[in-house]
Design a protein around this ligand. Structure first.
Ligand code: NCD
Length: 304
């Protein structure tokens, strides 16, 4: 039985396979409408979510399956003190696959040790978010036609932004990829990602404070929200929250075919005036997220 806890649990070949399946689903959705008939997806969300939970649910429904679950810890037995281990042992009796989001880093990994059905990490604290990364990879493939030879600018909260940690891990397996890591000093990418991924694999990267300086070089601009809920004090958040605001003016020096991605939710970091720019991919990205999750659910349930 397979789980998806870290994006690197999947080989590059498996990721390429998921992308191909998702592209086929987009073309021929009717072929997939009954693939998970009789199967149930449990969404165990201990942290807020709009896209991730609903896209998992929509994915399972579009495969002919059904869903059950909770969308906040307060409405589950976690509020009575039940452990994650016990909760997944129970849910394993009702469902066929679990998508779990938790505020604690490593909680989905713990869940996978006790579950008798596949567990998907739908975001664990400031750590990882592998299915957002699958979404991002499909988006890049659709928009740029390739995952190799790209200069990727990650901008914003690179410290707490779990989507960036998983994206850097995944993209560092493709050829000639270069990262420009744009953040305030306080929100730089964690040392663990730098030493265990970037340095270990000899990936070319630079760290900078300046979005303007990086802009002309970028093939992908991956914007992120400053992760308020992970700050220790509000004053630091207020000081850092508007470090970067992407506007049409700042895009004047960007490549004509640069792709702007954002996992969403957006707060202030992309002006709504950018939304009509053809380079703004973030709402198309949302759509891709459903199809890649359909492909993932089928893979983990071993549906042919
Ligand atoms: C991201 C997350 O939850 O980490 N959202 C998402 O799943 N699309 C990004 C964020 O919350 O800023």
């Amino acid at each position: 039985m397979r789980h998806l806890i870290d994006i690197l649990d999947l080989t590059t070949e498996e990721i390429d396979g998921l992308i191909l399946t998702a592209q086929d689903i987009m073309k021929y959705p009717e072929k997939y409408a009954e693939k998970c008939r009789g199967k149930q997806l449990a969404t165990l969300f201990y942290e807020p979510s709009t896209r991730t939970r609903l896209s998992f649910e929509s994915a399972m429904l579009s495969l002919g399956g059904s869903t059950l679950g909770f969308s906040e810890a307060a409405s589950s037995s976690a509020s009575k003190g039940e452990s994650v281990a016990d909760t997944v042992r129970v849910v394993s009796c009702y469902a066929d696959i679990i998508a779990m989001r938790h505020l604690k880093e490593g909680a989905p990994l713990v869940a996978s040790l006790y579950s008798t059905i596949p567990v998907i990490n739908a975001g664990d604290g400031g750590h990882n978010h592998p299915t957002q990364t699958l979404t991002d990879l499909l988006t890049i493939k659709q928009e740029k036609g390739t995952l190799s030879g790209l200069t990727i600018g990650c901008c914003g909260d690179l410290k707490f932004g779990r989507t960036v940690h998983s994206l850097v891990g995944a993209m560092s397996r493709y050829d000639n990829v270069k990262f420009i890591l744009i953040s305030p000093d306080e929100l730089k990418i964690p040392e663990s990602v730098r030493s265990e991924v970037l340095d270990k694999k000899g990936i070319s990267y630079v760290e900078t404070n300046s979005l303007e300086a990086a802009m002309p070089e970028l093939d992908i601009l991956y914007m992120t929200r400053v992760q308020r809920e992970r700050f220790f004090n509000e004053a630091d958040y207020l000081r850092l929250k508007d470090s970067y605001i992407l506007t049409p003016d700042k895009l004047k020096t960007a490549k004509k075919d640069m792709a702007i991605l954002h996992p969403l939710p957006r707060v202030n970091e992309i002006s709504t005036a950018v939304d009509s720019d053809p380079r703004a991919c973030y709402f198309r990205q949302v759509r891709y997220g459903k199809f890649i999750r359909m492909a993932l659910i089928m893979k983990l349930l071993e549906v042919k």
